[in-house]
Design a protein around this ligand. Sequence first.
Ligand code: 6PG
Length: 252
Amino acid sequence: MEADLTPEVRVSPGPQGVAEEAADFLTAIFKDAARERGRFLLAVSGGSTPLPLFRLLASKGYSSKIDWGRVHLFWADERCVPPVHKDSNFGAANDALLSKVPIPKDNVHRIMGELPPDEAARAYEAELLRYFNRDGLPRFDLVLLGLGADGHTASLFPGSDALKERDRLAVSVYVEKLKSHRVTLTLPVINNTANVVFLVTGREKADVVKEVLSGEGAGRYPAGLVRPVDGRLAWLLDVAAAGGPGEGGPNL
Ligand code: 6PG
């Protein structure tokens, strides 16, 4: 019987509600992973959407729920800039979260955006292979993804050759419209994850959310190609990204 690939969709009133949902999701998965395997393997995305979540996780209410010594943090993607650059995904997570919680430095596996793009991708792959003991595809407990209005996720953009990559764990890409290089996990790694959670807020994402979640058009968008082979897929949206309120409320 075909596995049920219908993703779980939860709609919150606004960005803070999405952050709270995501924090509850994350702490629940953390508890299971820490209990069963003694560690929690997390990969996060960049952009603005995850920032309220990072701040929430750094707050007293949540930070104390997590044994940060058991958390190993990776990135789904990174901009090819130094870690202190304003566009660095590591830099944003460090400012909002990592600098405020007792996560051991060795548990933070950043993508070295300061290196030349392909070198950064290969160094990240080497880190993934080292950490996951080269036993096949890395399997994260949780990968947090965002969504661009063009349907990109991580740094997998529409039309990119990276979408066809089946062997590499991470690759560098040049994003023409952003005139910038990035490093991204590839789909085989993302789809080997136990829990993939999209965090999407804002009306400007409503059309692409509907397209991707509607099923038939999904394959046209990189985000629509995220289908965990043996894992859970959830979308945490605010009402605006879900297309409501309006004529009939959320359009999902
Ligand atoms: C990045 C992200 C990217 C992001 C989307 C949404 O490095 O920019 O990984 O995929 O998730 O572009 O960005 P916002 O959250 O800023 O809308």
